[in-house]
Write a protein that binds this ligand. Structure first.
Ligand code: DGT
Ligand code: MG
Length: 339
């Protein structure tokens, strides 16, 4: 007998910033497994292993169809021995035994619960676990001293672990716009983070604030924060990065507000394009852009600037498109940066 077969082999670029990754994921069974192992590695401070699993997951997200056989993966980049073993397990058995045992492990469960507290990272959670603290109840009765962020995080644990919806993000956007308008006319607010990439939910809402006249943005953040505070919106704030607002939601019957994490970043207009690119994400897309810049172009990219190490000068840009062009990359719109 003779069979004529057509085999579709995937061809995928190795850097996530060279690929278009939409939210339309054909391999969520595989990416969920790899992402969980990445998360577990990160929770255990195994950063190298975490990145390897993140890259493998991102590669699977970029595939145009569902993978059903290992043979389809031949020649693909980013898939190490360990990731391939996990994929094989899922394809053959429906689940990965490593993922299942991780999910059920006492340590993983405790790390998830404890790092779910705003202000608690992997190191703190690990210390608590070594002292026998595995959940919020045990933490509350442990006599551990919590810092201001952690106290606040524990108090609003459920709210802050409830995904933020696009509608909530839009409502908060209006509040932030109002704040910015009241303290400095002409200021602009841009939604960044996952919502700019088209996600329908997020763990927080990210905004970037600027003013068309360079220098006018100086001192803007404390004014915006003071305005939000005076209007009763602010529950907790820290000037370095994390802050959250209570979002007034009249539809909730039990209480009329809920706590939502909000990230505000102020950028001078000269750095705005770099800031927009840097804060839109995804995290892996950003990491890959910086790796591409450094390893392939001898440039250093940050959310402030792009430096060309060969020409020994900063490259100015007023749009994301210009930055991709400097980097020799095809422009990828935000909705296709979901690596
Ligand atoms: P989410 O909020 O869970 O739906 O997902 P994202 O993608 O909005 O992630 P988020 O809010 O942690 O961060 C927004 C983007 O900002 C992220 O995709 C990459 C960037 N980013 C995150 N953390 C930092 C940071 O500490 N510094 C800089 N420059 N960029 C960051
Ligand atoms: Mg976000």
């Amino acid at each position: 007998h003779r069979h004529k077969l057509q085999v579709a082999l995937f061809s995928v670029s190795s850097y996530a910033c060279q690929r278009r990754t939409t939210l339309d994921n054909h391999n969520s069974n595989l990416t969920d497994a790899l992402s969980l192992l990445a998360e577990n590695a990160e929770l255990n401070n195994e950063d190298g292993r975490g990145v390897a699993f993140r890259r493998a997951a991102a590669l699977m997200k970029a595939l145009p169809t569902q993978v059903i056989s290992m043979s389809q993966l031949r020649g693909l980049p980013c898939l190490g021995e360990h990731s391939l073993r996990v994929i094989k397990d899922v394809l053959e058995n429906g689940v990965s035994s490593e993922v299942e045992s991780t999910k059920q492990s006492k340590r993983y469960k405790a790390l998830k619960i404890l790092t779910g507290i705003f202000g608690v990272g992997a190191k703190t959670a690990d210390r608590w676990i070594r002292e026998g603290i595995y959940n919020l109840e045990q933490l509350r009765h442990s006599g551990q001293t919590l810092n201001r962020a952690q106290k606040s995080g524990l108090e609003h644990y459920d709210d802050l672990n409830e995904p933020v919806t696009k509608a909530e993000a839009d409502a908060i956007g209006e509040i932030v716009q109002k704040a910015v308008d009241s303290v400095l006319t002409g200021s602009q607010v841009a939604l960044t983070g996952g919502f700019r990439r088209g996600k329908l939910t997020g763990h927080d809402v990210d905004f970037l604030i600027t003013h068309p006249e360079e220098g006018k943005e100086v001192g803007l953040m404390p004014k915006v924060v003071a305005w939000l505070e005076s209007q009763g919106f602010l529950l907790y704030q820290k000037t370095t990065r994390n802050s959250y607002l209570e979002s007034k939601d009249e539809t909730a019957s039990h209480k009329i507000w809920r706590a939502v994490r909000v990230d505000l970043v102020v950028s001078p207009i000269s750095q705005f394009a770099f800031a927009v690119l840097g804060w839109t994400g995804s995290k892996l897309f950003e990491r890959e852009l910086r790796r591409w810049a450094g390893h392939e172009k001898n440039m250093s990219l940050s959310s402030h600037a792009l430096f060309d190490n060969t020409q020994n000068k900063y490259l100015r840009a007023t749009s994301e498109e210009e930055i991709f062009a400097y980097l020799g990359l095809e422009y990828i719109p935000p909705s296709e940066r979901n690596a």
